[in-house]
Design a binder for this molecule. Sequence first.
Ligand SMILES: Nc1ncnc2c1ncn2[C@@H]1O[C@H](COP(=O)(O)OP(=O)(O)O)[C@@H](O)[C@H]1O
Ligand SMILES: [Mg+2]
Length: 86
Amino acid sequence: MFETFYNLSRIPFSRDIPTQELYKSVILEEILGRLQYAAERRWFAVITGDCGTGKTTTIRCYAEVLNPAKFKVLYISDSRLTPSHF
Ligand SMILES: Nc1ncnc2c1ncn2[C@@H]1O[C@H](COP(=O)(O)OP(=O)(O)O)[C@@H](O)[C@H]1O
Ligand SMILES: [Mg+2]
């Protein structure tokens, strides 16, 4: 209903926005560059931020540009992980 009111072509802020349609802010480009820098050096990198600021979306965006021949993306869903688990 609000989609019509605001003349939107679809529901905004969904989790499945195609990455090529994301807003490429300066900050997003900066984070993607830093993730690339860390990945090339096999470093750990941490993304922090308030809820809904785009952390997951940024990682999803980055995972898509990673060369699958060189990198493997793993999603570990365990909030009790400690550094020694790695
Ligand atoms: N660069 C972006 N362009 C457009 N929408 C975005 C962008 N980053 C995030 N969003 C929108 O914001 C919502 C919340 O982002 P999300 O990555 O889930 O935040 P977080 O993981 O930090 O809680 C996403 O579902 C998406 O719709
Ligand atoms: Mg998230």
